[in-house]
Design a protein around this ligand. Structure first.
Ligand code: ADP
Length: 159
């Protein structure tokens, strides 16, 4: 049975934590669509094009990963992509409340979609894009938290 999953997020920028989730998901689903949100609620550091490009460049080793940008309702984007699973990552209990609410809302909007959660390896549990941006802005070393290309882009952005 072919099951396509959609993994939505801001990915501002993609971290080793996101990548760990993508690697796990690629083994579980026929296809994983990494859907990079425009996100009008936040003001991302990187443009949508930059964020999509970074995700693409660090996922080339996976044959069943597709990267898209999206600006519509997630459940509509999932339907357009023929995805039946919404994938989210759970780091700690602090993520739970928000993710639980989001999953409930998405179920109300589209009952046929299931939200599935994956947890990363423990060394990635504390990584967040927000912290990466803050540390990088203050010229801290984030090289062990993000892929090389992302590290280079961060250095360029803040120089
Ligand atoms: P959003 O703005 O939608 O939360 P993010 O890019 O911050 O977008 O996160 C996308 C998804 O990836 C979320 O489900 C988030 O919980 C998950 N995630 C973020 N960082 C990690 C990490 N270090 N390990 C596992 N999952 C993560």
């Amino acid at each position: 049975m072919q099951i396509n999953a959609i993994y939505p997020g801001t990915f501002d920028p993609i971290t080793n934590g996101h990548l760990d989730i993508i690697a796990r998901a690629s083994k579980l689903y026929s296809k994983v669509i990494v859907a990079v949100a425009v996100n009008r609620g936040k003001t991302p550091l990187f443009t949508l094009e930059e964020r999509v490009q970074m995700v693409e460049s660090v996922t080339t080793e996976f044959t069943n990963i597709q990267v898209i940008g999206f600006d519509n309702l997630l459940v509509d984007c999932a339907k357009q992509q023929n995805a039946t699973v919404i994938l989210r990552g759970l780091r700690a209990v602090t993520d739970f409340e928000y993710e639980f609410q989001l999953a409930g809302m998405n179920r109300k909007l589209a009952p046929q979609l299931e939200t599935m959660f994956l947890t990363p390896a423990e060394q990635y549990e504390f990584i967040s894009s927000t912290m990466i941006r803050e540390i990088a802005q203050l010229k801290g070393d984030v090289s062990c938290f993000v892929p090389v290309v992302v590290h280079q882009r961060l250095i360029k952005k803040f120089n």
